[in-house]
Unconditional design. Structure first.
Lengths: 136, 136
DNA sequence: AGTGCTAGTCTCTTTTTGAGACCAAAGATC
DNA sequence: GATCTTTGGTCTCAAAAAGAGACTAGCACT
């Protein structure tokens, strides 16, 4: 068998040729590669609550650099999850808010985040156990 | 207001001081930082189907480097999502499989992946629209 | 004896990310 | 009126992470 068309059921139950899982061909990877960023879920979570301005988000997530905040927000905007409104105030202010698409994404995403919070202890325990066995 | 304790509802409905969102203190970030890797969801998806061996996974995901495959698998194992079994065959083979914890995580995660597949078209459309307006 | 399979590791290069300076205009401060 | 602050960024440079490919070991098959 020479890399012969390995098939794995996709999430929707259909099949997907994983050997063609180049980020552009597989819908799931194409979408997930963006969501799976270090800051994406964090910003989506914040904006799911209410709209925020650039500076507010920067203060909200203390350890994000302005550079990555700018870039992540633009990527999320590009994929249609968030909306960017510029207000022509004295120093122009910019407000970011969720789009309907972003909110619909956040629905299932929130379940994963809920899981993370609920199972944090189990994960930490697994880590300790793993690190101990590695120590040997 | 000097970075005054911004509070945002957490996923479980509780509140979480986001200014203390250092990856170690916020459970969600601690867990998500691992899951949100480029390859993590991909490998979890594959293993949710059935156990795979190292080489099988490498062939399954054509554009992952051995280096990252090794590392991602070890990280997933460390967090308790997958199990690693070594068989003392002629050339020793290693089988990776989901743990109960991993399967329980994959349940909500699958919903996000389903969403990604279902809404791929909308995302692509948003990208085109964004890129066109940028062009101006 | 040579080749290939296994699951990795090691090194080197390229990409991504983080830290911090810099920007321009208006308002407040002194 | 000169300076400082605040706005949302961009630009540059250093550090960290990821990708590419060579290399390892023991055994089987030819």
């Amino acid at each position: 068998m020479k890399t012969g068309a390995a098939r794995v059921p996709t999430f929707a139950g259909e099949e997907c040729d994983m050997s063609t899982w180049d980020a552009g061909k597989c819908p799931v990877r194409d979408v997930m590669d963006q969501i799976a960023g270090k800051w994406s879920t964090l910003l989506l979570q914040a904006l799911a609550d209410k709209p925020y301005r650039f500076g507010e988000l920067r203060r909200l997530v203390p350890d994000i650099s302005q550079r990555m905040l700018t870039q992540t927000l633009r990527d999320l905007q590009r994929d249609g999850y968030i909306d960017r409104k510029v207000f022509p105030t004295k120093p122009p202010s910019v407000e970011y808010s969720m789009t309907p698409l972003g909110l619909s994404l956040f629905e299932p995403l929130k379940r994963v985040l809920d899981w993370a919070e609920a199972n944090h202890a189990s994960v930490k325990a697994a880590r300790v156990k793993f690190d101990e066995s590695e120590l040997a």
